[in-house]
Design a protein around this ligand. Structure first.
Ligand SMILES: [Zn+2]
Length: 214
C-alpha cells in the first residue's frame, strides 16, 4: 500500500515525511525532488520536462503524472511509495487516482491536521539560521543557532500577507481533495498541534495496522 501525505504548511509535513518513510520503508515522491533528479538525466521524459521549465511554464498535470508513472515503474518489486505534496488540487486528484488505478496500486491518505490560524501563528513566529538555514519554531528562545552559532532571523518570505496566500491556497485547493478521500474511507488523520515527537508517535500508531512494506 502506498501513502499520500497531506498537511498545511507549518504542520511539520516535510519533517514527518522523512521519518515515516524511514520507519515504514517507503520511497518518497516529492515533485520538486523528482524534477531535480530528472534534470540530470538524458531520457525522453527528462528532455520534455527540461524544455517546459526552460520556457518558463509550469509543468502541466499530465506531465507531472508521467513523472509519477516513471517513478512507480522504477520502484523495486513490492516497494511502496510515500507521496508528499501530490495531489494538491481536484484536477491533479482526478489524474492521480486514474494513474494509481491503471498501475494497480492501492493507497491510503494521511492528514496532519492543523488549522489555518494555527499554521499562521507558527509560520509568522519561526526563525531561520542565516548560516546553515536550519528553521527554529517560536518556542526556541535562544538568539543563535544551536548547530552552527549563526544569527537567527525571520524569513523574508514569511510576511503575514505572503503566508496568508500560501495557506489559503491549501484551504481552497487541497482541502477538497482531503475531504473527498475522507468521504471514500481512504483518509487517516492525526493532530498536528502536538510537538514533532508526539505527532510522530500518533502517526506510527495510525499507520502501523496498514503499512508493512518490503
Ligand atoms: Zn545554523
Amino acid at each position: 500500500m502506498d501513502l499520500v501525505l497531506f498537511g498545511i504548511q507549518g504542520s511539520g509535513k516535510g519533517t514527518q515525511s522523512k521519518i515515516i518513510a524511514e520507519k515504514f520503508n517507503l520511497q518518497i515522491f516529492e515533485t520538486g525532488g523528482e524534477l531535480r533528479k530528472l534534470s540530470s538525466l538524458d531520457t525522453e521524459l527528462a528532455k520534455k520536462v527540461k524544455s517546459i521549465i526552460e520556457s518558463g511554464k509550469l509543468v502541466p498535470t499530465e506531465v507531472v503524472m508521467e513523472i509519477v508513472a516513471n517513478f512507480l515503474h522504477q520502484l523495486p518489486e513490492g516497494a511502496c511509495a510515500l507521496f508528499d505534496g501530490i495531489p494538491r488540487s481536484d484536477d491533479q486528484q482526478v489524474q492521480f487516482d486514474a494513474l494509481m488505478k491503471k498501475e494497480g496500486r492501492s493507497f491510503m491518505g494521511l492528514t496532519i491536521n492543523l488549522t489555518e490560524e494555527e499554521a499562521m501563528k507558527r509560520l509568522t513566529t519561526r526563525r531561520i539560521c542565516t548560516k546553515c538555514k536550519e528553521i527554529y519554531p517560536a518556542f526556541y528562545d535562544k538568539p543563535v543557532c544551536e548547530k552552527c552559532g549563526g544569527e537567527l532571523i525571520t524569513r523574508s518570505d514569511d510576511t503575514p500577507d505572503a503566508i496568508k496566500i500560501r495557506l489559503s491556497t491549501f484551504t481552497e485547493k487541497t482541502l477538497p481533495v482531503i475531504n473527498d478521500y475522507k468521504s471514500r474511507g481512504l483518509m487517516l488523520d492525526v493532530n498536528g498541534r502536538e510537538s514533532i515527537g508526539n505527532v510522530t508517535k500518533e502517526i506510527f500508531e495510525v499507520l502501523s495496522p496498514h503499512f508493512k512494506c518490503l
